[in-house]
Design a protein around this ligand. Sequence first.
Ligand code: SF4
Length: 237
Amino acid sequence: MFQDSTAAMDPRMRVADILREPLVIQGVGSRAEQEQRVAGLLDAVGLPRGAVHRYPHEFSGGQRQRLGLARALTLSPDLVVADEPVSALDVSVQAQILNLMRDLQREHGLTYLFISHDLAVVRHLADTVGVMYLGKLVEAGPAEKVYAQPLHPYTRGLLETVNLADPGAVSTVGRAPLRGEAPSAAKPPSGCRFRTRCPLAQDVCATTEPPVSTPNGEGHQVACHFPLAAPRLASAR
Ligand code: SF4
């Protein structure tokens, strides 16, 4: 699933052909079976079967994202990569698409790799969260743990910036809002890539890339020289 559902579909193809194309390329089923599969996919994502005769531009953004989900499911995958799939949609439509994704996940046993800048959306959907900065994973773990007890200053900074419906669920330990602009990913800082924006940075952060550790127990990983030490370091400055 792509962020820009318009650019993700050939404007000259009707929905019937868009959804059937993966089956044609993979040589799955007869034409009649393929058309039956397309009808089933439209049912699954809540679009009328008559949609097969229409072109992508004849749909709203939310409907096009439903088509994107249908196309992603055409070949019955185990894994769907969804790259910012709802960021271009209104909040109410976002909720519809996210709920649909969750329903289909349960129904088809799907795994989503959901890429987003919206931490409230990630929290709504994810079991496991990975936080990336300049192309590197800086923290990863069960969503509950990452949101309740973020270990990396970047994660903590991100959580400071979102207006979560339940602010009490986010730890206030070591709160440190993000500052400055992100440097170029093509020429990242030495040592820890986050050090130019980190309020907790020490000398070692400039010379040594932080190793991955699990100070909060197995499964909750962080790449930082000083995880969980934020309050002490902050007050020492
Ligand atoms: S390694 Fe140092 S600069 Fe990087 S996040 Fe941790 S404290 Fe900040």
